[in-house]
Design a binder for this molecule. Structure first.
Ligand SMILES: [Zn+2]
Length: 308
């Protein structure tokens, strides 16, 4: 089977102010680098209300919809803006991840990569922040559990920033393992080792500024992979941020492009052992366009290599 590639042109309607790092060009470069790949490409459908409601209350969803400006921007927090097309773009992100879960669990694709904007992992239950509106990765996890009836899923977040939103949305969910490695201290400030989830189902791995390949590989190889083998989730969801790359302007880790291939390979190999290779990856950060293109290409190549 192939790797599914799910995106939508309406994600480009999430236009951010000039100079904002989370920009339309990010998806353009990803589409460019993946253009020649043998992927099972699909347009992301619109997300369904019932799927968002598993993570966000109705009044928050209504607030986001009401915040759509007729022109220009509406600013939700210091760095999270909504343009006229942002709500529709966010709905494509939700629809993208739920469609990806369907494809992987129904056997239509071996694994899947969802390229959407805005990203999701900072969006908390009732708070848009850090460029994010809806918690796509957590929504995907809840969808796999509640709609598809899985008993255990894992969300693995290697974005350089802590996935505080995913952590918040899944804090009380005993069926969802959450792992995040991230630079600390750094925005959003959470993600200490003592944050373990209501059921001890979470693992936060703070990394010091400057952490490179050796330390990051050791952390994932020695702490995360054995835990995944032991816990045996039935689906692995990746919050794929590429801003731990050494060239990223927003952070100070020193991951190389090859590290994104390595971590994807490791995750896919564990997935093959415990859940027939079922992996759904969704784009989070990554703000140096060249590094984003290279690291994302390396990530998707490994997904393709392991799509069985
Ligand atoms: Zn990030």
């Amino acid at each position: 089977m192939k790797t599914a590639f799910i995106t939508h042109a309406e994600c480009d309607g999430h236009v951010t102010p000039s100079g904002h790092p989370e920009q339309v060009a990010r998806l353009e470069i990803i589409r460019d680098v993946l253009a020649g790949y043998d992927l099972h490409a699909e347009d992301a459908p619109l997300g369904r209300m019932e799927d968002i409601l598993r993570c966000h209350p109705q009044h928050y969803i209504d607030r986001i919809e009401r915040a759509v400006p007729e022109s220009g921007w509406n600013t939700l927090d210091g760095d999270t803006h909504m343009a006229p097309g942002s709500h529709q773009a966010a709905l494509r992100g939700v629809g993208g991840v739920t469609r990806a879960v369907d494809m992987v669990l129904n056997g239509e694709a071996g694994n899947a990569f969802v390229a959407s904007r805005p990203p999701g992992h900072h969006a908390e239950t009732e708070t848009a922040m850090g460029f994010c509106l809806f918690g796509n990765a957590a929504i995907a996890a809840k969808y796999a559990l509640d709609h598809h009836g899985l008993n255990k899923v894992a969300v693995l977040d290697f974005d350089v920033h802590h996935g505080n939103g995913t952590q918040d949305l899944l804090w009380n969910e005993p069926r969802a393992i959450f792992v995040s490695s991230h630079q600390m201290p750094l925005y959003p400030g959470s993600g200490g080792r003592n944050e373990r989830g209501a059921h001890g189902q979470m693992l936060n791995i703070p990394l010091e500024s400057g952490t490179g390949s050796v330390e990051m590989r050791a952390a994932w190889a020695h702490r995360v992979m054995p835990m995944l083998e032991r816990e045996a989730p039935e689906l692995i969801i990746i919050s794929a941020g590429f801003d731990a790359h050494e060239r990223d302007p927003l952070a100070g880790l020193n991951w190389q492009t090859e590290d994104f291939a390595w971590i994807t390979r490791e995750i896919c190999q564990v997935a093959q052992k415990v859940c027939a290779g079922r992996v759904v990856s969704t784009l989070e950060g990554g703000y140096d366009l060249k590094a984003l293109g290279e690291a994302c290409a390396a990530h998707v190549q490994e997904l393709m290599e392991h799509a069985t």
